[in-house]
Design a protein around this ligand. Structure first.
Ligand code: CO
Ligand code: CO
Ligand code: CO
Length: 322
């Protein structure tokens, strides 16, 4: 964002969503009935298993289209791979990616690979949406209820995993969370009609919430005890396996977040933990909450949780209470 602000602004009457407000994907109108949704994401392995890494990278890349309420259609592989590593590993990464894309009814139609000392994988994704149906991060209104569709903690747990210190059952759950597509959650929010949404990734739950509140000109109150966490996360965070990105998130939010005194440092860290392939954070009108929760469950989201509400307050601020 700091870099992009140095480049000339792009304006085009058909560009319905650009980069100004930090939305998850761009939306470009092709005609009255159809617009393109464009996004890209790739990163180095966060789990040892190449097949699982491929699946997670694809679920994560598609998520930005889902967060806009769009339907991903086509994708291109983006691959970095070391010359000296066995190509079998790359085959497994791509296989994991293709199978996850197939689950999402997305066609991977090409891509590009470069030599890279560290493996990297992800997708450039093209999706479709009806113009006007796009769900941005700037539509939250005071009184809205905030819903989160997946538990958090994948940054802390995958760091423990890399250090060989994660409990196998905890690691397994984190991997399942990251592999889960946000497709059902997206269908549910489109069907409901919600005010705002984003997906929770590198800036952590509070980082992405802060962006949404700043873009919407609103403030938020979060109930820390209601935020869903991966089972075993509280024990894992005690190991101190906190990624640098999560620490940066916490310190960069110092001016925006007001913490209730009673909230321990470990929980503050968890709420800022950098996620991979996290859930959707949805801002919905109070009167539509029950309908949204029903829709989420019937679309396969097992544990959607109400985590707070949107307030009339200093834009982009968050109060965290117990
Ligand atoms: Co996103
Ligand atoms: Co992204
Ligand atoms: Co090429």
């Amino acid at each position: 964002m700091q870099v992009l602000s140095k480049l000339p602004a792009i304006t085009d009457p058909n560009l319905l969503v650009g980069i100004e407000k930090g939305d998850d994907a761009a939306v470009y109108r092709l005609g009255d009935d159809v617009a393109l949704v464009q996004t890209v994401d790739f990163f180095p392995p966060i789990v040892d298993d190449p097949y699982q890494f491929g699946g997670i990278a694809v679920a994560n890349a598609l998520s930005d289209v889902y967060a806009m309420g769009g339907k991903p259609l086509l994708a291109l592989n983006i691959v970095g791979f070391p010359a000296q590593l066995s190509k079998d590993i790359l085959v497994d990464i791509l296989k994991g990616g293709y199978e996850k894309a197939a689950e999402a009814d997305v066609l991977i139609v090409g891509g590009h690979t470069i030599e890279d000392p560290e493996p990297k994988y992800g997708l450039a994704v093209t999706g479709l949406i009806k113009p006007g149906d796009e769900i941005t991060n700037s539509g939250s209104l005071p009184g809205d209820i905030l819903v989160l569709t997946k538990p958090i903690g994948t940054g802390i747990i995958t760091t423990a995993l890399k250090q060989g210190r994660a409990e196998p059952e905890v690691a397994k759950q984190a991997i399942e969370v990251m592999l889960e597509l946000n497709a059902g959650a997206s269908r549910a929010m489109v069907e409901t009609g919600v005010n705002s949404a984003t997906d929770v990734t590198g800036f952590g739950l509070l980082g992405h919430l802060q962006s949404m509140m700043a873009a919407s000109g609103t403030s938020a109150q979060i109930y820390e005890s209601k935020v869903p966490m991966i089972l075993g996360l509280l024990d894992t965070v005690e190991l101190g396996t906190v990624p640098d990105g999560s620490k940066r998130n916490l310190s960069s939010l110092a001016d925006s977040v007001k913490w209730d005194q009673s909230i321990p440092d470990t929980v503050r860290m968890i709420l800022c933990d950098a996620q991979t392939s996290g859930g959707l954070l949805i801002s919905v009108k109070k009167g539509r909450l029950d309908y949204l929760m029903d829709q989420l469950r019937s679309n396969g989201v097992s544990e959607p949780k109400v985590i707070g509400e949107v307030k009339n307050g200093s834009p982009g601020t968050i109060q965290v209470v117990q």
